[in-house]
Design a binder for this molecule. Structure first.
Ligand SMILES: Nc1ncnc2c1ncn2[C@@H]1O[C@H](COP(=O)(O)OP(=O)(O)O)[C@@H](O)[C@H]1O
Ligand SMILES: [Mg+2]
Length: 265
């Protein structure tokens, strides 16, 4: 029996699993995965973050050395190792991490002929789901088998969109993928919400917000994440922004997002 089984008041309830996805790179997925996880943990929630990107930025952003990992999410995907054998503790008591590194690049090829290959992550998470209130999955910037594994394991998907001219480009393809997964692999998959990131006080950013809200309405979070240099500095110190500079605009924005995610249910 581990510590969670003794102390988790939510014991018996199963985690809400949220995949953070967008096949574009550089749109704030990893920044959101790290900081939303940390803000949830700071609010007393038991959280597991799964790094599903071979770049391992969520791993290093939580201060864990990618080069010296004994086990990674690769073992879950390729070898069927259960999550309890893979998770690491982090600087926060309530936040665990399943790490990733370059090794994951080979996973897709190794799984070509494997059975149940879309469900590997879901199967690996099953034994720990009742030990957490939230599981966040930081997806890679592609619609590859890894992202399919992330979406098949999830209850819902949180899409990040950068406040830039091409924000909506690629979104229909992503929503189509979500629909395909719902129809074929994971009928309970919902759209958790759409998060606008890297907002700047410019006419362009404001126009993008207006367009995105016009297109997606209620599904867009009220909280908008500003472009904030503190958010880009914190990972190089291996810390979520609330531990690097709690008063920064970035920290305040992710704390507000965490409240919104909890209150939306
Ligand atoms: N709100 C923000 N303000 C400033 N820099 C940001 C913000 N969000 C992300 N970044 C930076 O932009 C880059 C890409 O963000 P990241 O979260 O890694 O995107 P993704 O995971 O979608 O590829 C990173 O260097 C990150 O530190
Ligand atoms: Mg990323």
């Amino acid at each position: 029996m581990n510590a969670y089984e003794n102390s988790n008041p939510e014991r018996g309830r199963t985690a809400r699993v949220i995949a953070i996805a967008n096949q574009k790179g550089g749109v704030g997925k990893t920044t959101t995965a790290i900081n939303l996880s940390a803000c949830m943990a700071a609010a007393g929630k038991k959280v597991l973050l799964v790094d599903l990107d071979p770049q391992g930025n969520a791993t290093s952003g939580l201060g864990i050395d990618k080069a010296s990992l004994e086990h990674t999410v690769y073992d879950a995907i390729v070898n069927g190792t259960p999550a309890d054998a893979l998770r690491l503790s982090t600087l926060m008591d309530n936040l665990d991490l399943i790490p990733s590194n370059r090794e994951l690049v080979g996973a897709e090829v190794e799984l070509v002929d494997a059975g149940q290959r879309e469900y590997r992550l879901r199967q690996a998470l099953a034994p720990v789901r009742d030990q957490y209130e939230y599981v966040f999955i930081d997806c890679p910037p592609s619609l590859s088998l890894l992202t399919v594994n992330g979406l098949s394991a999830a209850d819902s998907v949180l899409i990040t969109l950068q406040c830039e001219y091409y924000a909506l480009e690629g979104l229909s393809e992503l929503l189509q993928t979500v629909k395909l997964i719902r129809d074929n692999l994971n009928p309970r998959l919902k759209l958790q919400g759409v998060l606008l990131t890297m907002y700047q006080h410019t006419n362009l950013s404001n126009q993008v917000i207006e367009d995105v809200r016009a297109h997606l309405g209620e599904r867009v979070y009220q909280t908008v994440i500003p472009r904030n240099v503190t958010l880009s500095e914190a990972p190089s110190f291996g810390k979520p922004v609330i531990f690097y500079d709690l008063k920064s605009a970035g920290a305040r924005a992710y704390l507000a997002l965490a409240r919104e995610v909890v209150s939306r249910g």
